[in-house]
Design a protein around this ligand. Structure first.
Ligand code: MSP
Length: 645
């Protein structure tokens, strides 16, 4: 039984960050779930190295495109190794094997009559590698908002228009071809408008795979990139893929273009495409220009990879957008891992060491705990099957709570003092807790492989956790008499302030390392990250004079849909129109309590969009690390519009 799944191949114009890690970690988790079901799983990833923006990034770094992509491809490969992800094939689009597969795919499409030559003039987004239909010169890209460029060139066209009806039939006959439903509906709506033929070659760039017999043409990057799913497993009899796991922004390429290319070439389609949502940083898009990109290795170094895996898969329902913040990460780590699973493991193991010399006693199982474990495993596995990781984890944490409660009720520490009368009860309590722990780490293993393997070993299990199969998760497999190994804490409590500072400092180092690899210098680190002991870098009076701080009064305040921490305020600072300001203070202030309150705002901050709302300034507040923000205010009355100097 084979199962072949893929991640997207990542562009090599930027180094890996947690957005990329998110998809690859989810894929690794699915790989492990499928292995538990006995599948022989192959997971491929790789790098998408051609295209004009890679070419330009290389030139800017003073390198040839291949020198440049060699460095970044290695960064991705290294990243997945550090995170311990089970990557079976890593394919680069610059490999000779891949070029051959792309050229073969083209010839198959051409020979079947689906390719013709034409000319194209239009707007093109070099960042998304997509032509923008109906855009005029000067229009921004509707997806990323960056300027489009006008291009005119001789192209090979692919007859995408021939596949409109067939695609619509596919979506209706195979409703799980695109998941989740919201993405499926978007794709159907897009295809229903009718499809235009697609340009699949370029003559304006050189950095690409040449079209056979037409050396001045190179392939359009998506024709090139999608073929990786086949070239990565060329000759291995693994096609078609069982699953393409992707981010929501590239659904159209996978669910419309890719099936059409494959049909035209007479090849099988992948079985399923699942698009997850976007990972934001504190509700904001991560981007180089905002300087808010988070990398995975600092988190790995401070809290461990499993903490990141747990956070990403628990915090964000898979398929929806979600937000990353260091505060939330450390919060979940402490509450769910250190206090939750970690505490259950150390308590259970320590008691068996203490009261039964480290040997699992032959006690009777508690029926209620055993029944809960059976049903929790079943529900968690069903949720894994739907890629509903957060639900699976909630279910498992429900079981952890049951076992915790059971231990408190049984109070083994009292039974241990109760003499002969309590022997059976103590054996039962210890066996039940240890067996529950075994089942919990068994079912949790796909999400947290390293920590679960450590607990598994401490339980004295001889098998390696990655050989555990679904049938082993049933209650009652723990052998009485089994000798535990020494217990050691798996999730030591993290002190929030210092661990966050450490991750931020490592983040700055990691950025500098990656920039140096590309021959660039890193931008100066933000003052907060470099300052020791709460101090900050010095600025001149002229620097300070650039900041326009004004007194304003809050006219209205309302929650922002889908963002727990944000409020949308209208603030009068004495200008003809009040300012629209989006502020991250919702957890500390109720909207009504703010109306009529005087606040300080930074009035000359470049406007930006948050959750689709324009924010024309920033409210000044004291930031208390883990605590709630406190708005700056005055003891004396101050006029609206007054400037702070
Ligand atoms: N090269 C194309 C994909 C070709 S696949 C045949 C591409 N590359 S990318 O580097 O931009 O990576 C895109 C993928 O990375 C997304 O589809 C998503 O899986 C992941 N992510 C990158 N940033 C992300 C977030 N901030 N949040 C979640 N995932 C994101 O598109």
């Amino acid at each position: 039984m084979k199962y072949y799944l893929t991640t997207p191949i990542y562009y090599t114009n930027a180094a890996p960050h947690i957005g990329h890690a998110y998809t690859t970690i989810a894929a690794d988790c699915i790989r492990r779930v499928k292995q538990m079901y006995g599948f022989e799983v192959t997971l491929t990833t790789g790098t998408d190295e051609h295209g004009v923006n890679v070419e330009r990034a290389a030139i800017a770094a003073g390198k040839t495109p291949l020198e440049y992509t060699d460095v970044i491809a290695e960064e991705f490969r290294r990243q997945w190794q550090i995170l311990g992800l089970g990557i079976d094939r890593f394919e680069r689009t610059t490999s000779a094997k891949h070029a051959k597969v792309v050229q073969d795919l083209f010839l198959r499409c051409k020979n079947a009559g689906y390719v013709y030559k034409g000319h194209y003039t239009g707007q093109y987004c070099i960042f998304d590698n997509a032509y923008i239909n109906d855009a005029k010169p000067g229009d921004p890209c509707p997806d990323c908002g960056r300027p489009t460029e006008t291009v005119t060139e001789e192209n090979y066209y692919f007859k995408l228009s021939a596949f409109t009806d067939r695609l619509l039939d596919l979506y209706s006959n195979q409703p799980d071809f695109i998941q989740p439903e919201i993405r499926r509906n978007e794709v159907i709506a897009f295809v229903r408008q009718g499809l235009k033929d697609l340009s699949i070659s370029r003559t304006t760039i050189k950095w690409g795979i040449p079209v056979p017999g037409e050396e001045k043409h190179v392939f359009y990057v998506w024709f090139d990139a999608l073929s990786t799913y086949m070239s990565a497993v060329d000759g291995e009899n693994l096609w078609p893929a069982d699953l393409h796991l992707i981010g929501k922004e590239i659904v159209r390429f996978h669910a419309v273009y890719w099936p059409a290319f494959l049909w035209a070439a007479g090849l099988d389609l992948p079985k399923r495409i699942f698009a997850h949502g976007w990972l934001l940083f504190e509700n904001d898009k991560m981007s180089k220009s905002r300087g808010n990109i988070v990398r995975a290795t600092p988190i790995h170094n401070v809290l461990g990879t499993d903490a990141l895996r747990y956070f990403l898969l628990r915090e964000v329902p898979f398929g929806s957008d979600g937000s990353f913040s260091y505060d939330a990460l450390v919060g979940r780590y402490n509450s769910d891992l250190a206090n939750g699973l970690g505490n259950l493991a150390s308590r259970t193991l320590t008691m068996i060491h203490q009261y039964r010399e480290g040997l699992v006693p032959a006690g009777a199982s508690d029926n209620h705990v055993a029944a809960h474990a059976e049903s929790a495993v079943e529900l968690a596995l069903e949720a894994y099957e739907r890629f509903d990781f957060s639900r699976a984890l909630e279910t498992i944490w429900g079981l952890i709570a049951t076992v915790d409660k059971y231990i408190v009720e049984q109070a083994p520490w009292k039974l241990a003092k109760g003499g002969d009368d309590c022997v059976a009860a103590l054996d039962g309590a210890l066996y039940t807790s240890a067996e529950a722990l075994r089942v919990i780490v068994g079912v949790l293993y796909p999400v947290m492989p390293q920590s679960c393997a450590r607990i598994w070993a401490q339980l004295g299990m001889d098998s390696h956790l990655d050989t555990v199969r679904i049938k082993d998760l049933h209650w009652g497999h723990l052998e009485p008499g089994q000798k535990l190994r020494p217990a050691a804490g798996v999730f030591p409590r993290a002190e929030p302030k210092s661990s966050i500072e450490k991750m931020k400092a490592l983040e700055t180092e990691e950025l500098a390392r990656q920039m140096a690899l590309l021959g660039k210098t890193a931008p100066p680190a933000p003052a907060a990250a470099t300052a020791e002991g709460g101090g900050s870098a010095q600025i001149t009076i002229d620097d300070f004079a650039k900041v326009d701080l004004r007194v304003g009064i809050v006219k209205s305040a309302a929650p922002v849909k889908g963002a727990d921490k944000l409020l949308h305020l209208s603030v009068d600072i004495g200008e003809p129109q009040s300012r629209s300001i989006v502020a991250g203070i919702a957890l500390a202030y109720k909207p009504d309590a703010l109306i009529g309150r005087k606040v300080v705002i930074v009035a000359n901050l470049a406007p930006r969009k948050l959750r689709g709302l324009e924010s024309q300034g920033m409210i000044v507040a004291a930031s208390l690390g883990d605590g709630a923000p406190v708005l700056a205010s005055f003891l004396e009355d101050v006029p609206i519009g007054a400037r702070l100097k």
